[in-house]
Design a protein around this ligand. Structure first.
Ligand code: MTE
Length: 310
Protein backbone atom coordinates (compact mmCIF):
# COMPACT_ATOMS: atom_id res chain seq x y z
CA UNK A 1 0.00 0.00 0.00
CA UNK A 2 1.22 3.42 -0.85
CA UNK A 3 1.41 5.78 2.11
CA UNK A 4 -0.14 9.20 1.62
CA UNK A 5 2.14 12.13 2.33
CA UNK A 6 -0.21 13.24 5.10
CA UNK A 7 0.71 10.03 6.87
CA UNK A 8 4.41 10.70 6.78
CA UNK A 9 6.14 10.06 10.06
CA UNK A 10 9.21 12.21 10.20
CA UNK A 11 12.38 10.88 11.77
CA UNK A 12 11.72 13.22 14.69
CA UNK A 13 8.19 11.98 15.24
CA UNK A 14 9.33 8.37 14.85
CA UNK A 15 11.99 8.84 17.52
CA UNK A 16 9.54 10.62 19.80
CA UNK A 17 6.93 7.89 19.31
CA UNK A 18 9.47 5.28 20.37
CA UNK A 19 10.25 7.44 23.38
CA UNK A 20 6.52 7.75 24.13
CA UNK A 21 5.92 4.02 23.89
CA UNK A 22 8.91 3.30 26.10
CA UNK A 23 7.85 5.82 28.71
CA UNK A 24 4.45 4.23 29.16
CA UNK A 25 1.24 5.95 30.20
CA UNK A 26 2.49 7.42 33.49
CA UNK A 27 5.61 9.09 32.19
CA UNK A 28 4.05 10.09 28.89
CA UNK A 29 2.15 12.95 30.49
CA UNK A 30 5.40 14.88 30.53
CA UNK A 31 5.30 15.04 26.75
CA UNK A 32 1.94 16.78 26.88
CA UNK A 33 3.09 19.67 29.04
CA UNK A 34 3.00 23.07 27.37
CA UNK A 35 6.14 23.84 25.45
CA UNK A 36 8.48 26.64 26.41
CA UNK A 37 7.99 29.82 24.47
CA UNK A 38 10.16 30.07 21.38
CA UNK A 39 13.28 32.19 21.77
CA UNK A 40 12.08 35.73 21.23
CA UNK A 41 15.06 36.88 19.22
CA UNK A 42 16.73 35.37 16.22
CA UNK A 43 20.46 35.00 16.93
CA UNK A 44 22.64 37.14 14.74
CA UNK A 45 26.33 36.36 14.50
CA UNK A 46 29.38 38.38 13.49
CA UNK A 47 29.31 39.66 9.90
CA UNK A 48 31.69 37.85 7.56
CA UNK A 49 34.14 39.94 5.57
CA UNK A 50 34.64 39.83 1.82
CA UNK A 51 32.19 37.11 0.85
CA UNK A 52 32.07 36.92 -2.98
CA UNK A 53 29.11 35.63 -4.97
CA UNK A 54 29.79 32.03 -6.02
CA UNK A 55 28.53 29.66 -8.68
CA UNK A 56 26.31 27.78 -8.99
CA UNK A 57 23.60 29.62 -7.09
CA UNK A 58 19.90 29.21 -7.65
CA UNK A 59 17.72 32.21 -8.46
CA UNK A 60 14.84 30.73 -6.47
CA UNK A 61 13.34 32.71 -3.59
CA UNK A 62 15.50 32.30 -0.51
CA UNK A 63 14.00 31.17 2.76
CA UNK A 64 14.12 33.85 5.43
CA UNK A 65 16.77 33.93 8.17
CA UNK A 66 13.93 33.29 10.62
CA UNK A 67 12.78 30.15 8.77
CA UNK A 68 16.30 28.79 8.34
CA UNK A 69 17.05 29.25 12.05
CA UNK A 70 13.75 28.02 13.52
CA UNK A 71 12.97 24.88 11.55
CA UNK A 72 15.96 22.63 12.09
CA UNK A 73 17.13 19.09 12.51
CA UNK A 74 19.96 18.93 15.04
CA UNK A 75 19.20 15.92 17.20
CA UNK A 76 21.92 16.75 19.72
CA UNK A 77 19.53 19.51 20.84
CA UNK A 78 16.26 17.56 20.69
CA UNK A 79 13.90 16.08 18.14
CA UNK A 80 11.40 18.91 17.60
CA UNK A 81 12.03 21.35 14.78
CA UNK A 82 12.24 24.28 17.22
CA UNK A 83 14.43 22.50 19.79
CA UNK A 84 17.73 23.57 18.16
CA UNK A 85 16.67 27.26 18.21
CA UNK A 86 15.76 26.95 21.89
CA UNK A 87 18.77 24.97 23.08
CA UNK A 88 21.72 25.48 20.73
CA UNK A 89 22.85 28.74 22.37
CA UNK A 90 24.72 26.56 24.85
CA UNK A 91 26.95 25.08 22.14
CA UNK A 92 30.56 26.19 22.78
CA UNK A 93 32.11 27.17 19.45
CA UNK A 94 35.48 28.58 20.70
CA UNK A 95 38.14 27.29 20.89
CA UNK A 96 37.34 25.02 17.93
CA UNK A 97 39.60 22.97 15.73
CA UNK A 98 38.84 20.67 12.84
CA UNK A 99 41.25 17.73 12.59
CA UNK A 100 41.90 16.42 9.09
CA UNK A 101 43.73 13.11 9.21
CA UNK A 102 44.05 9.55 7.91
CA UNK A 103 45.24 8.76 4.38
CA UNK A 104 47.08 12.00 3.69
CA UNK A 105 50.67 13.27 3.60
CA UNK A 106 50.10 16.30 5.86
CA UNK A 107 47.47 15.68 8.57
CA UNK A 108 46.64 18.88 10.43
CA UNK A 109 44.35 20.51 12.97
CA UNK A 110 42.84 23.72 11.64
CA UNK A 111 41.71 26.48 13.97
CA UNK A 112 38.28 27.79 13.01
CA UNK A 113 39.48 31.40 13.03
CA UNK A 114 42.13 30.48 10.46
CA UNK A 115 39.52 28.76 8.29
CA UNK A 116 37.36 31.89 8.45
CA UNK A 117 40.20 33.77 6.72
CA UNK A 118 39.97 31.58 3.59
CA UNK A 119 38.30 33.19 0.56
CA UNK A 120 34.58 32.80 1.20
CA UNK A 121 31.83 32.62 -1.38
CA UNK A 122 28.06 32.70 -1.21
CA UNK A 123 26.29 29.68 -2.68
CA UNK A 124 22.51 29.71 -2.72
CA UNK A 125 21.57 26.03 -2.60
CA UNK A 126 18.40 24.03 -2.26
CA UNK A 127 18.40 21.81 0.84
CA UNK A 128 16.09 18.79 0.53
CA UNK A 129 15.47 16.85 3.72
CA UNK A 130 14.65 13.14 3.54
CA UNK A 131 11.47 14.03 5.47
CA UNK A 132 10.16 15.68 2.25
CA UNK A 133 10.56 19.36 3.15
CA UNK A 134 12.99 21.75 1.50
CA UNK A 135 14.48 25.24 1.77
CA UNK A 136 16.66 27.60 -0.25
CA UNK A 137 19.64 28.74 1.81
CA UNK A 138 22.36 31.31 1.03
CA UNK A 139 25.42 29.61 2.54
CA UNK A 140 28.80 31.29 2.95
CA UNK A 141 31.79 28.98 2.83
CA UNK A 142 34.50 27.35 0.75
CA UNK A 143 34.73 24.07 -1.16
CA UNK A 144 35.59 21.03 0.98
CA UNK A 145 38.21 20.29 -1.71
CA UNK A 146 40.14 23.43 -0.63
CA UNK A 147 40.65 21.94 2.83
CA UNK A 148 41.35 18.39 1.64
CA UNK A 149 43.98 19.59 -0.82
CA UNK A 150 45.90 21.19 2.05
CA UNK A 151 46.51 17.78 3.66
CA UNK A 152 47.43 16.06 0.38
CA UNK A 153 45.29 12.90 0.26
CA UNK A 154 47.16 9.69 -0.70
CA UNK A 155 45.96 7.36 -3.47
CA UNK A 156 44.47 5.15 -0.74
CA UNK A 157 42.02 7.89 0.26
CA UNK A 158 38.83 6.46 -1.28
CA UNK A 159 36.33 7.78 1.27
CA UNK A 160 35.97 10.66 3.69
CA UNK A 161 34.47 10.23 7.18
CA UNK A 162 32.98 13.15 9.10
CA UNK A 163 32.57 13.36 12.86
CA UNK A 164 30.71 16.11 14.68
CA UNK A 165 30.97 17.63 18.15
CA UNK A 166 29.64 16.03 21.32
CA UNK A 167 29.23 18.35 24.31
CA UNK A 168 27.04 16.32 26.68
CA UNK A 169 26.61 19.17 29.18
CA UNK A 170 25.48 21.58 26.47
CA UNK A 171 23.45 19.22 24.31
CA UNK A 172 20.20 18.01 25.91
CA UNK A 173 19.68 15.43 23.14
CA UNK A 174 22.95 13.63 23.82
CA UNK A 175 22.28 10.68 26.10
CA UNK A 176 18.53 11.43 26.03
CA UNK A 177 16.23 8.45 26.14
CA UNK A 178 15.58 7.05 22.67
CA UNK A 179 18.16 9.32 21.02
CA UNK A 180 20.35 8.20 18.15
CA UNK A 181 23.98 7.44 19.11
CA UNK A 182 26.44 10.37 19.03
CA UNK A 183 28.82 11.56 17.70
CA UNK A 184 26.84 12.05 14.52
CA UNK A 185 28.83 10.34 11.76
CA UNK A 186 28.63 10.89 8.02
CA UNK A 187 30.66 9.93 4.99
CA UNK A 188 31.25 10.59 1.31
CA UNK A 189 33.17 8.93 -1.49
CA UNK A 190 36.35 10.89 -2.26
CA UNK A 191 35.08 12.07 -5.67
CA UNK A 192 31.87 13.34 -4.02
CA UNK A 193 33.94 15.09 -1.35
CA UNK A 194 36.21 16.73 -3.95
CA UNK A 195 33.29 17.81 -6.15
CA UNK A 196 33.13 21.61 -6.48
CA UNK A 197 29.50 21.70 -5.27
CA UNK A 198 30.47 20.19 -1.90
CA UNK A 199 30.81 23.04 0.55
CA UNK A 200 32.05 23.66 4.06
CA UNK A 201 29.71 26.38 5.29
CA UNK A 202 30.91 28.79 7.97
CA UNK A 203 28.14 31.31 7.48
CA UNK A 204 24.68 32.09 6.21
CA UNK A 205 23.19 35.38 4.97
CA UNK A 206 26.65 36.98 5.32
CA UNK A 207 26.96 36.21 9.05
CA UNK A 208 28.76 33.50 11.01
CA UNK A 209 26.70 30.34 11.04
CA UNK A 210 23.93 30.36 13.68
CA UNK A 211 24.50 27.59 16.23
CA UNK A 212 21.32 25.71 15.35
CA UNK A 213 22.51 25.49 11.75
CA UNK A 214 25.79 23.80 12.66
CA UNK A 215 28.21 26.45 13.92
CA UNK A 216 31.01 27.01 13.51
CA UNK A 217 31.42 24.80 10.43
CA UNK A 218 29.23 22.26 8.66
CA UNK A 219 29.13 20.18 5.55
CA UNK A 220 26.69 21.01 2.73
CA UNK A 221 26.12 18.43 -0.04
CA UNK A 222 23.21 19.91 -2.01
CA UNK A 223 22.38 16.93 -4.23
CA UNK A 224 21.96 14.56 -1.27
CA UNK A 225 19.31 14.38 1.43
CA UNK A 226 19.98 16.86 4.21
CA UNK A 227 21.14 14.27 6.74
CA UNK A 228 24.43 13.96 4.82
CA UNK A 229 25.19 17.62 5.65
CA UNK A 230 26.78 17.04 9.06
CA UNK A 231 26.78 19.99 11.46
CA UNK A 232 29.46 21.28 13.85
CA UNK A 233 32.34 19.25 12.39
CA UNK A 234 35.36 18.39 14.53
CA UNK A 235 37.09 15.63 12.54
CA UNK A 236 37.47 14.71 8.88
CA UNK A 237 39.20 11.43 8.12
CA UNK A 238 40.44 10.20 4.75
CA UNK A 239 40.26 6.43 4.53
CA UNK A 240 40.34 3.44 2.23
CA UNK A 241 37.06 1.87 3.33
CA UNK A 242 33.49 3.15 3.38
CA UNK A 243 32.85 4.64 6.82
CA UNK A 244 29.84 3.69 8.97
CA UNK A 245 27.30 6.50 9.22
CA UNK A 246 24.72 7.26 11.91
CA UNK A 247 21.59 7.04 9.78
CA UNK A 248 22.63 4.19 7.49
CA UNK A 249 22.82 1.99 10.60
CA UNK A 250 19.46 3.17 11.85
CA UNK A 251 16.13 1.41 11.26
CA UNK A 252 17.79 -1.89 10.35
CA UNK A 253 19.87 -0.16 7.70
CA UNK A 254 17.00 0.06 5.19
CA UNK A 255 15.80 3.64 5.63
CA UNK A 256 18.71 6.05 5.11
CA UNK A 257 21.43 4.91 2.74
CA UNK A 258 25.09 5.87 2.49
CA UNK A 259 24.63 7.54 -0.91
CA UNK A 260 21.26 9.18 -0.18
CA UNK A 261 21.12 11.06 -3.49
CA UNK A 262 17.84 12.97 -3.80
CA UNK A 263 15.68 10.85 -6.07
CA UNK A 264 11.92 11.29 -6.61
CA UNK A 265 11.73 7.75 -8.03
CA UNK A 266 13.01 5.97 -4.92
CA UNK A 267 10.54 6.16 -2.06
CA UNK A 268 11.49 6.01 1.56
CA UNK A 269 10.11 2.72 2.95
CA UNK A 270 7.51 4.75 4.87
CA UNK A 271 6.69 7.62 2.48
CA UNK A 272 6.96 8.89 -1.09
CA UNK A 273 9.82 11.14 -2.21
CA UNK A 274 8.03 12.29 -5.39
CA UNK A 275 7.07 15.71 -3.97
CA UNK A 276 8.34 18.10 -1.34
CA UNK A 277 7.04 20.96 0.78
CA UNK A 278 9.12 24.11 0.44
CA UNK A 279 9.04 25.73 3.86
CA UNK A 280 6.96 28.92 3.58
CA UNK A 281 4.99 27.76 0.50
CA UNK A 282 1.49 26.35 0.37
CA UNK A 283 1.60 23.80 -2.43
CA UNK A 284 3.94 20.87 -2.67
CA UNK A 285 6.24 20.76 -5.67
CA UNK A 286 7.83 17.87 -7.57
CA UNK A 287 11.19 16.73 -6.22
CA UNK A 288 14.05 16.97 -8.71
CA UNK A 289 16.53 14.20 -9.33
CA UNK A 290 19.79 14.98 -7.53
CA UNK A 291 17.84 17.93 -6.10
CA UNK A 292 18.23 19.73 -9.44
CA UNK A 293 22.02 19.24 -9.64
CA UNK A 294 21.97 16.27 -12.07
CA UNK A 295 23.94 18.14 -14.75
CA UNK A 296 26.81 18.69 -12.35
CA UNK A 297 26.88 15.39 -10.43
CA UNK A 298 25.03 12.77 -12.49
CA UNK A 299 28.28 11.53 -14.03
CA UNK A 300 29.67 10.56 -10.62
CA UNK A 301 27.20 7.68 -10.63
CA UNK A 302 27.47 6.48 -14.24
CA UNK A 303 26.77 2.74 -14.39
CA UNK A 304 25.46 2.56 -10.81
CA UNK A 305 21.96 1.30 -10.11
CA UNK A 306 20.69 4.21 -8.02
CA UNK A 307 17.87 2.08 -6.61
CA UNK A 308 20.34 -0.41 -5.23
CA UNK A 309 22.83 2.16 -4.02
CA UNK A 310 20.37 4.34 -2.17
N1 MTE B 1 24.23 17.20 11.93
C1 MTE B 1 24.28 16.85 13.24
N2 MTE B 1 25.45 16.93 13.89
N3 MTE B 1 23.17 16.41 13.89
C2 MTE B 1 21.96 16.30 13.26
O1 MTE B 1 20.97 15.89 13.88
N4 MTE B 1 20.70 16.58 11.15
C3 MTE B 1 20.81 16.46 9.70
C4 MTE B 1 21.81 17.48 9.12
N5 MTE B 1 23.02 17.55 9.93
C5 MTE B 1 21.88 16.65 11.88
C6 MTE B 1 23.06 17.13 11.25
C7 MTE B 1 19.54 16.57 9.01
S1 MTE B 1 18.48 15.24 9.17
C8 MTE B 1 19.24 17.65 8.20
S2 MTE B 1 17.83 17.66 7.24
C9 MTE B 1 20.10 18.85 8.17
O2 MTE B 1 21.19 18.76 9.07
C10 MTE B 1 19.25 20.06 8.55
O3 MTE B 1 19.98 21.25 8.46
P1 MTE B 1 19.29 22.63 8.92
O4 MTE B 1 18.64 22.39 10.25
O5 MTE B 1 20.40 23.63 9.02
O6 MTE B 1 18.29 22.97 7.86
Amino acid sequence: MRIRSSEITSKALYLRRREFLALGAAGAGALLLPRHARAAETPHGRKLDGVKPGQPSTEEKKNSFEEITHYNNFYEFGTDKDDPARHAAKLQTRPWTVKVEGECAKPAAFDIDELLKLPLEERVYRLRCVEAWSMVIPWDGFPLATLLEKVQPTSRAKYVAFETAVQPKNMPGVGAFGAIPFPYLEGLRIDEAMHPLTLLAVGMYGEELPKQDGAPIRLVVPWKYGFKSAKSLVRIRLQETQPPTTWSQYGGGTEYGFYANVNPEVDHPRWSQAKERRIGELFRKPTQKFNGYADQVGKLYAGMDLRKFF
